[in-house]
Structures are given as C-alpha cells and as structure tokens.
Design a protein. Structure first.
Length: 224
C-alpha cells in the first residue's frame, strides 16, 4: 500500500492513523489535505473533521501518464456537461502534477467562482473520479483560462517582494491564510534564498506562511 486516506479531528490525528496503516514515518510521506469541515458547516452533526491523503514519497502520487489523459478529458467533459458548458481542454504533464487548462465559451467566471471556490470544487471532483476509475492517487491541477497560473505568478512575485522587505527590516512577515497548494508555491519560490526562510503556523483554514530572516532557530520549523 503506497497511499491512503484518513480522517480525524485534527491533521495530526488523521496523520497518525495513516502512518500506522502505511507502516511509515512522517519524513517518508507526502500529505495532502482533501477536506476540512468545521462545526459551523456541520451543525448538529458534529465538530471539526479533517480528511487527508498520505502517500509514500517516490510513488504514484505525481503526474499521470499520457494514456490517462483521455480519462481526464472524459471526466472534465462529464462534469462540465452537467453544467451545460461548451469547452476545450489542454493537458500538460509536469514533474509533480498534471496541469489541465479549460477554455470555456465565455463562462470562465462561472467556472472559477468567488475567489476560485467553484474551480477548487471542480478540481476536487476530477481528482476523486480519476482515482475511482484508475485506482491511482495522482495530482491533477485544473485551471480555467489561465486563472490559476496567473494567481500563482502573482503569488511568487508578492513573496519575492516581501522577502526583500524582510531582508531589509530583519522583521518577519505573515501572509494571509492560504490553501496548501498556495503555501507550497511560496515555500518553493523562496527556498533558494540565502538570508530568508519560510515556515508555517496556524491550524486548518487559518494556516499561513511566515517569511523570516534565516537563523538556526528556523531550520526545523514546519513547511506544509
């Protein structure tokens, strides 16, 4: 078994379950947060719940192979077919994700939604259906009209500007709470800087990245 999904009241609780099932250590796996539900959403049905996917590093969690692109196209077609959206799809295999860009017939805003929430839901559905049909836990990034790539580029540019500010002032800077994929972009964008570093604080939907002057005390702080 190379990948497993687990649930718990906290990420740590879910991770403990998954590591036990996989027989692995924390430093041997990659962690993906699939869903976080809070009491305000679940109401009388309970409190906070976190569901994660834990995969051994170096296994099948990367990009899908070329033969699987037809499966992705079929899934996208079915999902957007329910929405009545005419579209075209381009698929690009990367090192750690398969990047899918949708071009719609003037309905990009509908597919993206407020702050990208609809697009995030579409991506979640596509990944779940792909896993169900192929048995593979592969990472598929879904974009519409280049929205995600533009957002990622702006995020990198902002991170680099703020890193310069931290370097000059020697004071930390906290980003606003971000999704796991956006936090990863910042960590990677600043990973090669010699005099600043990044780490993560907060819990659940409030988790965010801190840019800090690099010291020995920051070496072992979390970056997820």
């Amino acid at each position: 078994m190379n990948s497993i999904e687990a649930s718990g009241k906290t990420i740590e609780q879910a991770l403990e379950k998954a590591l036990k099932e996989l027989g692995a250590r924390k430093d041997e796996v990659d962690i993906e947060i699939i869903e976080e539900t809070h009491a305000g959403l679940r109401g009388i049905f309970g409190g906070k719940m976190v569901r994660i996917r834990v995969s051994r590093r170096g296994t099948e969690t990367g990009a899908v192979d070329v033969a699987s692109s037809d499966v992705i196209r079929d899934i996208i077609g079915e999902v957007l077919g329910f929405m009545g959206v005419e579209h075209a799809v381009t698929i690009e295999d990367g090192a750690d994700t398969t990047f899918v860009n949708i071009t719609s017939s003037g309905l990009d805003g509908l597919l993206i939604g407020r702050r990208g929430e609809t697009l995030a839901s579409i991506q979640h559905v596509v990944n779940r259906i792909f896993t169900s049909r192929t048995g593979r836990h592969s990472k598929i990034t879904v974009d519409v009209g280049g929205y995600v790539r533009r957002k990622h580029r702006l995020l990198v540019e902002k991170a680099q500007r703020l890193a310069d500010r931290v370097r000059q002032t020697q004071r930390e800077y906290d980003f606003e709470p971000l999704k796991a994929s956006e936090r990863r972009i910042i960590h990677l964008a600043l990973a090669e800087f010699d005099d600043v570093t990044t780490y993560t604080i907060g819990d659940g939907l409030l988790r965010k990245v801190v840019i800090s002057p690099k010291t020995s005390a920051t070496d072992d702080l979390p970056r997820d």
